[in-house]
Structures are given as structure tokens and as C-alpha cells.
Design a protein around this ligand. Structure first.
Ligand SMILES: *Cc1c(COP(=O)(O)O)cnc(C)c1O
Length: 408
């Protein structure tokens, strides 16, 4: 089956008893069982079933199964937010004394998280771009994970996953990919060697900006040697399922980072149109960026344009698409603010992956606490505007940006 058919019909999750076409919202905290013997088995993972919604819930499981199948993983764990997913994925493998190698231009929340982890003895070495040349010299015996965003936001730099995965595996290190901005439609990072994939499903998976959530997908491919990853001693016997089982039975359930059933349902609903939306978003983004290339006083950055240094990687990994985020530089902070004030259609909001076009001035908002160096690494200048493209008719968006620019 191709993407959209598999998305709708593959790994079907309905309700075997009543024939509902989608898994209903099991809005309950606990599940009763007919005997203590049965509940004992459910608790010990020796019988299928659910006990308590922090540990598992059918609506959440339906979402996890869908995204795991789309990403070609062996299992997924849904979390209360994208940040919870990033945190849980890392804490499932790291301990005091460990080192992470990551891009300096990561999503701001993830950069801040690496700062928080210092208090627990986990340190991060930052590279400007996650490339073999920059990462290799920083690898030590303590390096336990390489963490990258497939398309950096808002720098819009693209990681050549294949070559970085090869370097990581040569050194027995797993590659974690935050694939939020790339979407499960454009690329399945596991097919290129990523070991663990993370999404802030608040964004493109949900699609309508109506619930915060995150998800971790495990490839099952990394060999978690307990000599190096000490927490894996008792999970080694589970083979391919070691990472996901440890996560589900350990830090994720103990922190209580579970996803609410209602939000899982909204995601399952949203994901059904992921393919349709992403096609439209990429089309709109390309057309709008082509207009920006002709606009006076505007510099545009979009991986789908031939002028982008990342165009060849976009072609390699995203089948010619460029994603759904564009950044433009307006010449000065004042011009950027005037342009945004002149816009009639896009909303001024700090989110991406909505059906509505959203604009933000990153330097005065998301990056307001960042150093000059951090801003430059993230491609954030005083005159940068980030555009998260929506599914509106692109002619209307072009007309709106045209009048907004002309009226600066
Ligand atoms: C939004 C985002 C996150 C964090 O997700 P939340 O759902 O807001 O917690 C992590 N990584 C990337 C790339 C994001 O865009």
C-alpha cells in the first residue's frame, strides 16, 4: 500500500465489538478486571489488557500503533508533549557522566533541556551542523547519543542522516532524530539509519493546533550493550524491544509523562490527513518562496528552492519537497515588524504545523533569552520572520504578502 492508503486502512484500529471506524475515546483512568489473577497478569505484561491510563490506554495505543507503522518502527510511546518525548527518550539511556553531541541550532526548548541535564551530570557538546566532519572529532568513550533535528527550525538546515548514522554506528552510538519539521510523510528517518525518532506531534501530526503531545518511535535496530548502557542489563533479553520496553516500564511511566486519551484521539484524527496536508503545505511553501525571490528587499530561505544550499539534501530525502517552513529577512527589525503588522491572513503565533499560516519574529520571542552566538547558529537575525505555511489558497497568501511588503 502507498502512504495514504496505509495511513487510512493499514494497522486498522477501530472497535472489534461495535464496529466503530476509529478507536473511540476511552476517557477513563482505570480498567476493571474480573479477577485478581487476571489483573496480576495484566500488571506483569503476561496478559493483554489495560490497568491504568498513565501506563496504557486503548485510545493512546491506537495512536502509537499508527505512528509506529508510518515511521517503520517496532513500537512507539506517546507523551504529554514534544519536550516530554525528547526528555524521556534521552533519560531512557543516559546517566551521570554521559555526553551528548547535538546541533547548536536545535529547537530552543531542547537546547534549554540540555542545560537542565547538566545538574544531573549529563553534558552536551554542540556542533554548528550535524555533519560527519564536525561530529567525529568530538566523539569520546562517554558519548552516548548523537541528537539532531532533520530539518533545523528555523535555520532550515538539513542533516545528511545516512552519513551521520554510519559514523554513529561505527562508534556504537545511537542516532536520535527529532523529525517534527520533516513529517512522517516526507521521510522515515529509520529507513536511513536513525535509531530513535521523536516527533512533537503538537505540530504536523495533529495538524490543526488543538493539542500538545509528543511521540517516541523505536527502530529496534540499535544494540544496547549493557556494558556501555548500564540500565539495559535487565532488558537485554528482550532483544529488539529492549529500548521501548525499558522506556514503557521505566522512566516514562514513573515520571508520568503520559498522553491524555482525548489528545491521542485528536492526533489520530489529524494524522489521517497528514499526506494531503503535507502535499498542499509543500506546494504553498514553494510557490510563496518563489514569489519572495522576486520581492524587493526580501531574502528568502527555503530548502525547496534551487538557491538553498540544502536543496540537494531536500531532493535526496524528501522526494523533491522542501517542507512547510520558510524564513525571510526583511532588512531590519522595523521592516519585519511593519511587514507582519500589514499582513491580513497569517496569524502571529508561536507554533508550526497548523492548517493556518502562522508568522513570528523569532529574535524577540522564541530566542529572546538566547546569546548572539545561539541566534546565529539558529539562523535567527534581527530581521528574520519565520513563516509556518498553512493550507490556504496560495494566491491569497501571495497577494497578502505582496501588499504587506509593498506597504512597508
Ligand atoms: C515544538 C517542537 C518541540 C517541542 O514540542 P512541544 O510539543 O511544544 O513540547 C520539539 N522539537 C521541535 C523540532 C519542535 O518544533
Amino acid at each position: 500500500m502507498k502512504f495514504n492508503t496505509e495511513l487510512i486502512h493499514g494497522n486498522f484500529d477501530g472497535d472489534a465489538f461495535l464496529g466503530s471506524t476509529n478507536t473511540p475515546i476511552f476517557q477513563v483512568s482505570a480498567f476493571a478486571h474480573e479477577s485478581p489473577e487476571k489483573l496480576e497478569k495484566v500488571f506483569a505484561n503476561k496478559a493483554p489488557g489495560f490497568a491504568y491510563s498513565r501506563i496504557g490506554n486503548p485510545t493512546v495505543a491506537a495512536f502509537e500503533n499508527k505512528i509506529s507503522a508510518l515511521e517503520k518502527g517496532i513500537g512507539a510511546v506517546a507523551c504529554s508533549s514534544g519536550m516530554a518525548a525528547v526528555t524521556m527518550a534521552l533519560l531512557n539511556i543516559l546517566e551521570s557522566g554521559d555526553e551528548v553531541i547535538a546541533a547548536a541550532g536545535l529547537f530552543g526548548g531542547t537546547i534549554d533541556l540540555f542545560g537542565d541535564l547538566k545538574a544531573f551530570g549529563i553534558t552536551t557538546k554542540f556542533v554548528n551542523h550535524v555533519t560527519v566532519e564536525e561530529v567525529e572529532p568530538l566523539i569520546t568513550d562517554n558519548t552516548k547519543v548523537i541528537f539532531a533535528e532533520l530539518i533545523g527550525n528555523p535555520a532550515l538546515d538539513i542533516v545528511d542522516i545516512e552519513s551521520v548514522a554510519e559514523l554513529a554506528h561505527k562508534n556504537d552510538i545511537p542516532l536520535f532524530i527529532d523529525s517534527t519539521t520533516a513529517t512522517s510523510y516526507l521521510v522515515r528517518p529509520i529507513e536511513y539509519g536513525a535509531d530513535v525518532v521523536i516527533h512533537s506531534s503538537s505540530k504536523y501530526i495533529n495538524g490543526s493546533g488543538n493539542a500538545i503531545s509528543g511521540v517516541i518511535i523505536d527502530s529496534g535496530n540499535f544494540n544496547w550493550n549493557p556494558e556501555k548502557y548500564h540500565g539495559f542489563k535487565e532488558y537485554e533479553k528482550l532483544g529488539k524491544f529492549a529500548f521501548i520496553s525499558k522506556l514503557r516500564n521505566g522512566i516514562w511511566r514513573n515520571v508520568g509523562a503520559c498522553l491524555a486519551p482525548m489528545n491521542a484521539f485528536l492526533n489520530t484524527l489529524g494524522i489521517e490527513t497528514l499526506g494531503l496536508r503535507t502535499e498542499r503545505l509543500c506546494y504553498n511553501a514553494l510557490k510563496l518562496s518563489e514569489y519572495f525571490e522576486t520581492a524587493d528587499g526580501i531574502k528568502v530561505n527555503y530548502p525547496g528552492l534551487e538557491s538553498s544550499p540544502y536543496n540537494s539534501l531536500a531532493k535526496k530525502y524528501f522526494g523533491g519537497h522542501g517542507g512547510a517552513i520558510i524564513t525571510i529577512r526583511a532588512g531590519s527589525r522595523e521592516r519585519a515588524f511593519k511587514l507582519m503588522n500589514n499582513l491580513k491572513i497569517p496569524l502571529i503565533a508561536t507554533n508550526i504545523g497548523d492548517v493556518r499560516t502562522l508568522v513570528i519574529h523569532p529574535a524577540s520571542t522564541i530566542y529572546t533569552h538566547s546569546s548572539e552566538e545561539q541566534k546565529i547558529n539558529a539562523g535567527v537575525y534581527d530581521d528574520t520572520i519565520r513563516i509556518s505555511i498553512g493550507i490556504e489558497d496560495v494566491e491569497d497568501l501571495i497577494d497578502d504578502f505582496k501588499q504587506a511588503i509593498e506597504n512597508i
